[in-house]
Design a protein around this ligand. Sequence first.
Ligand SMILES: Cc1cc2nc3c(=O)[nH]c(=O)nc-3n(C[C@H](O)[C@H](O)[C@H](O)COP(=O)(O)OP(=O)(O)OC[C@H]3O[C@@H](n4cnc5c(N)ncnc54)[C@H](O)[C@@H]3O)c2cc1C
Length: 289
Amino acid sequence: MILEPFDYYAPSSLDEMFDIVGSVGENFKFLAGGQSLIPMLKMNLIKVSTIIDLKKIPELSFIREEDGQWIRIGALVKYVEISDSNLIKKHLPILSFAAKKIAHQLVRNRGTIGGSIAFGHPAADLCVISMLLDAEMEIVSKGSSRYVSANKFFLGPLTTNLKQDEILKSIRFKIPEGNYGWSFNKVSLSHGDFPLLITATMIRRNRNIIEDIKIALGGVADTVVRAKEIEEFLKGKEITEENINKASKLASSIYNPSSTLEFTSNYIKKLIEVYLRRSIKEAYTMARE
Ligand SMILES: Cc1cc2nc3c(=O)[nH]c(=O)nc-3n(C[C@H](O)[C@H](O)[C@H](O)COP(=O)(O)OP(=O)(O)OC[C@H]3O[C@@H](n4cnc5c(N)ncnc54)[C@H](O)[C@@H]3O)c2cc1C
């Protein structure tokens, strides 16, 4: 398919970008890495009269540590830059790992963290990680800004808290305190395909007791989710085969993923059980006392 014609702007600052936003009417889209937007335009799934390309805006491309407590990542930072960043490897290793596992190299060279989160796919790798790490989205419009936490940001399939005239400027992650073990697994039909299911777990332990646990899942509901019921069930408990089995069965009973062309909902529910069990065990094993 070929693209329908549209007006194209490539502003070099946020101020210039907001002037353009104010002048082109409602029917525009921001362009980041183009790895979701361009295919959707080519397939005629959406139509726009204007594209505003973000790539020349330097305020959106940075990774930095703030106050020794946060890692802030500009929306335009690419997956490959996230997986290569020493700062992220040191403080948020699960994010580095997940970014390295997205699709294949061509997508990772172009796709951006802001594009992925603004797109809001219910099985997108970095949407799951943002939910797991309680990320905060910095959203700006002309003359104002606000923060929205990940658990309030994703509203439905490909639907987020962003308004038409707002841009996701950066994402900030609190650096986890203490020694967390982690695990990130996904199921895809074949290598490089969008995941069918993602399980992401972080555990802090005290001897053989789970002191703290975070679990996020992708592909099990209309948005990425935090599995709060499972976290509550396991927190403070001894790690035993019985408790892990109960927790993963509970997850499988709570979520009702839609069937796909290839798999029934019941099959995906079984996958949730199997993969969550593995995820909890891996995170627990990695966690140091
Ligand atoms: C072959 C292939 C395989 C893929 N596999 C995976 C996978 O396994 N896992 C995965 O997570 N993803 C996968 N993707 C999707 C990929 O991660 C996209 O890069 C991502 O969904 C969008 O990021 P982008 O930077 O390309 O954004 P774009 O495609 O440029 O934009 C996506 C949407 O977000 C909006 N947008 C972009 N940036 C902003 C911003 N800063 N503020 C507000 N709105 C914004 C755009 O207007 C658009 O609506 C795959 C894509 C392809 C082509």
